[in-house]
Unconditional design. Structure first.
Ligand code: EPZ
Length: 417
């Protein structure tokens, strides 16, 4: 098992280039199943989850080749509609192939994602919404057997709760449904906007008719498309916190600053000095870190995927802070490890009370999920001495070349086998 060794308490200085978004790439890759024409995708991040999704598409019959950083997908002979557990279990987003397979074949057998360390990850909202498009389904031995005997029929669907994945699945499925579909109470994460932009390039007929409502008019066939994946805003937010926690001075490139406005406002309140230009954010960390209360929320609220990272920073604040995790039921797995490094965090339900004034001590640590793992790296960067982080396969699911990017700005970090 590989691990990371970090010597902390070094101010990070320099430039970090942000990679393509994992969470935009996954639904866009799933959506390529809709098309019989070639699709060209640029700026996919080199992370494990993308590799897994590509393997899943290949298992469904997609022909895929990489040349340089461009992915060429040819689904003209894609003819399978069975997504197996061994591919879906490591990456919950595998459920996103359900919508396109149903749209294309009218039948699909897709493994239920199964839970993970942050929660049970149900897909009831996806399934109930698909049934409104005429889909019948049964859960048999951990698989969704779904079929649409008369094909998908456009309908009006109001999501009972904001769900990124369910919004993506239904948007993709509706593009080939007969007639018009109106989806309301949609998630509007930037990654969903990127998916919609991609589908429009494929010739699909989609239009946002209000903040959280989208209209989709079904088409018969799509056309060849080329698309460059948007930047990864969670990776960018992670490195902003890295600068703030090491009193560093970083230039974060290949970003669209307004998409991170909520995070920038929070970091400014905490005391970081931030200036923005067209495709870059400059951040200078401050010695004095001010406390702040945060609750996670769907975009444009504070993202749950940056909750663990901001918690590490708030451990060093001058007073108490409260974080409320309103999206997932069990997303405090990083707290126990942070407390082992000297943090004083107590949990009550979905609230974490952070006592502040922590001087992190280096330690040997265990990663549990993708974002919790990177919060341990941030704490190790702030701690004097040598820390070791085990099970870093979690990190490799969503962060491209993490140690290389950190080393380039002065961190003492290396991967050990
Ligand atoms: C997406 O997960 C992201 N994953 C997550 O990022 C992110 O944390 C999450 O959205 C929230 O922003 C990808 O985009 C691949 P949801 P998703 O459906 O779609 C409940 C990361 O670290 N729910 O918006 O699974 C669900 O349990 C990952 O990159 C149902 O109850 O999130 C959760 O409590 C982690 N029934 C809440 O809704 C459903 O049918 C929000 O989930 C679906 C979801």
């Amino acid at each position: 098992m590989q691990k990371l060794e970090v010597f902390g308490a070094i101010r990070l200085k320099g430039q970090i280039n942000i990679s393509g978004s994992k969470n935009a790439s996954l639904p866009i890759l799933a959506a390529t199943l809709l098309s019989k024409k070639k699709v060209f995708l640029n700026n996919l991040p080199k992370v494990k989850d993308i590799e897994t999704m590509i393997n899943l598409l290949k298992s469904l019959g997609s022909m895929i080749k990489f040349n340089k950083r461009k992915l060429i997908i040819d689904n003209s002979k894609q003819n399978k509609n069975f997504a197996s557990y061994n591919l879906v279990k490591t990456m919950r987003a595998g459920i996103l192939v359900l919508g396109p397979l149903l749209a294309k074949f009218g039948y699909a057998k897709v493994s239920l994602p199964g839970g993970c360390s942050i929660g049970t990850r149900p897909v009831d909202i996806h399934l109930k919404a698909l049934s409104k498009l005429g889909v019948k389904y049964k859960i048999i031995q951990g698989y969704v057997h779904a079929f649409a005997p008369k094909g998908l029929i456009g309908s009006k669907i109001n999501f009972p709760k904001i769900s990124v994945g369910a919004t993506e699945n239904l948007i993709i499925a509706s593009t080939l449904a007969k007639g018009t579909t109106i989806l309301s109470n949609c998630a509007i994460e930037p990654e969903i906007k990127d998916l919609v932009n991609f589908l429009i390039k494929m010739g699909c007929n989609l239009k946002w008719i209000s903040k959280r409502t989208i209209q989709i008019i079904g088409i018969n066939q799509s056309k060849e498309a080329i698309h460059s994946i948007m930047f990864d805003r969670i990776e960018a937010g992670t490195y902003l916190v890295a600068a703030a926690i090491t009193e560093g001075n970083l230039k974060i490139k290949n970003v669209i600053p307004y998409i991170l406005q909520t995070e920038i406002n929070v970091l400014r309140k905490i005391g970081a000095k931030i200036t923005t230009k067209k495709n870059e954010i400059k951040i200078v960390g401050n010695k004095k870190i001010k406390n702040i209360n945060i609750k996670t929320a769907p975009y444009p609220g504070f993202p749950t995927d940056l909750q663990a990272q901001i918690m590490v920073l708030l451990c060093k604040a001058n007073k108490k802070s409260l974080i409320r995790e309103d999206i997932f039921e069990n997303r405090f797995m990083h707290v126990a490890e942070l407390n082992r490094m000297g943090a004083k965090i107590s949990i009550s339900g979905n609230k974490a009370l952070i006592n502040g004034n922590t001087k992190f001590e280096a330690a040997e640590l265990m990663a549990t999920d993708l974002r919790a793992s990177v919060s341990l790296v941030l704490a190790a960067l702030a701690a004097k001495g040598k820390s070791q982080i085990n099970r870093i396969y979690h990190l490799d699911r969503g962060y491209e070349s993490l140690e290389k990017k950190l080393k380039k700005v002065g961190a003492r970090i290396r991967r050990l086998n």
